[in-house]
Design a protein around this ligand. Structure first.
Ligand code: SAM
Length: 333
């Protein structure tokens, strides 16, 4: 093929000129031999002599989008779009039509996205008391354990044993920013501790009591407390939040991140509150039914002879079509 043979001493200026002219053929490698550099040419350039030389082809790297276009039949183009990034594990959320192609997509994903080592696919929704979900292994290292980094913190976890969602990162920072120095916080459904640890790292609470029913979540929480130097701040408690919270001092703040079932625990949280306690109550709300939830919360407080002032409401993320995971920030009076 056509190339230019340039003395090494003039190599850099020739390379720049060829680049400016768009004349360097990037599909082939530049090489050096006997004091000369050989440049593969896409076209002739005035003032640079060309000749016929052999060039080695570069390895052509397809982008992930290019791989998808090659793997998927035209009627499925654009149907693969969501995955969660948890440490070095990518969790695919594939529709059924993509099942026959998912392994090939996963292999292409790992080839092109070097940060990831494993690809799993969700095979069901969150289930049971521990809110874990089933996954199927697709490609890379066959494991469900990883270390996820968020806001300067490291969370070790095993997806097959504990709940974890990277999509709540912004919400954790929001809550941490509201915590005043010296506060006592109860994280009623702490999982592996992302809310508790974020509060300890980004605020100056007195104590954070972190409760979970799942012994594996508490074991990972203990590990994460050590990893993040939070042993003076977080107190892990394994058990039913409804019982544990009654044994603790009345907190300044309560986090209730168990969206589908938090309503069953709201009265207990209110009972444990003192005037001024803030409750971050996460629940699932149907579009247009936000006011009904307000009434429900206020009614629960009245039943305990207290008042619930709702300071804010925010849709955190979509839960299903027409429903949202929503947080109500409640002040007990
Ligand atoms: C949706 S996850 C939230 C975990 C954590 N807050 C996070 O953001 O990763 C809910 C957690 O509540 C725990 N859980 C469920 N029922 C519980 C109960 N009665 N008492 C304490 N924890 C409970 C589950 O084991 C699970 O780890």
């Amino acid at each position: 093929m056509k190339g230019a043979r340039i003395p090494i001493t003039e190599g850099e200026s020739a390379r720049r000129r060829l680049l400016e002219e768009g004349a360097l053929d990037s599909r082939f490698r530049i090489y050096e031999r006997d004091g000369y550099l050989y440049f593969p040419l896409a076209k002739e350039v005035d003032g640079i002599e060309s000749g016929d030389y052999l060039f080695e082809e570069r390895e052509q790297r397809e982008s992930f989008e290019e791989c998808l276009n090659r793997i998927l039949p035209p009627h499925l183009a654009g149907t693969f779009h969501t995955f969660d990034s948890i440490g070095d594990i990518a969790v695919f959320d594939c529709q059924e039509e993509l099942f026959p192609y998912e392994r090939e997509i996963a292999e292409a994903f790992l080839r092109t996205q070097k940060h990831f080592k494993t690809v799993l696919v969700k095979t069901g929704g969150l289930e049971g008391d521990f809110r874990t979900r089933p996954y199927r292994y697709l490609a890379g290292e066959d494991r469900t354990t990883t270390v996820h980094k968020e806001h300067g913190l490291s969370f070790a976890l095993d997806l097959s044993k504990v709940f974890f969602s990277p999509r709540l990162a912004t919400e954790r920072r929001r809550v941490a920013a509201l915590v005043s120095p010296g506060e006592t916080v109860v994280d009623m459904f702490c999982g592996i501790g992302p809310f508790s640890l974020c509060i300890c790292a980004h605020a100056q609470p007195g104590k954070v009591y972190a409760i979970d029913l799942n012994p594996d979540a508490i074991a990972y929480l203990q590990l994460n407390i050590e990893k993040n130097g939070a042993s003076e701040c977080v107190i892990p408690l394994c058990g039913d939040a409804r019982e544990c919270i009654q044994e603790l001092e009345s907190p300044d703040r309560i986090i209730m991140n168990l969206p589908l079932y938090a309503h069953e625990f709201l009265e207990d949280a209110i009972a444990a509150s003192k005037p001024g306690t803030i409750i971050h109550y996460y629940t699932v709300v149907e579009e247009g039914k936000e006011e009904e939830q307000r009434t429900f919360i206020q009614e629960k407080a009245r039943m305990r002879g207290k008042e619930a002032q709702i300071h804010g409401m925010r849709h955190v993320k979509p839960y299903s079509p027409y429903t949202h995971m929503t947080v109500y920030d409640i002040r007990i009076a």
